[in-house]
Design a protein around this ligand. Sequence first.
Ligand SMILES: [Zn+2]
Ligand SMILES: [Zn+2]
Ligand SMILES: [Zn+2]
Length: 163
Amino acid sequence: MADKEKKSRDSSSSHDQNKTEEEDEDLMALCGSDSGWVEARTHCDHLEILSSDLIHIPAPDTPCNRCHHPAENWLCLSCKDVLCSRFINKHMLEHYQQHNHSLALSYSDLSVWCFSCNSYLDAQVMPLLRPVYETAYILKFGEAPPFRTIGFLELGDGSSSGN
Ligand SMILES: [Zn+2]
Ligand SMILES: [Zn+2]
Ligand SMILES: [Zn+2]
């Protein structure tokens, strides 16, 4: 009993207990960049700018709309403009700065980047991004992505079972 009382007094001295979750997240982000491996986010607050029609998208070999760089460009997921990367003429980056269209899909490796989050997004587990990822994959490789039959909920935790 006395032991328990002492414990609760100790923990009440640190009043910012509800801040720990945020701090943990920051810490994880820091560790991620430290190790050189950049973890793709599974949450992004900017998905409302996504185009309502991401079934019809330009072909992966579409040249940059500004400088006509031939391939490996980015697709703007708001207006479906195809623009070159920051390693070519930075037209996608300029487009984000001008229009605040922060979500782009790479026709090089089909990764999705959010300029506002400054992070890659895991399109395979995000319901709003999975369809355009699949469409781009089919356009690029001529077949459906291999994960297609796996439900995205099953990817998270294989240990839980109702049976
Ligand atoms: Zn974002
Ligand atoms: Zn360009
Ligand atoms: Zn755009």
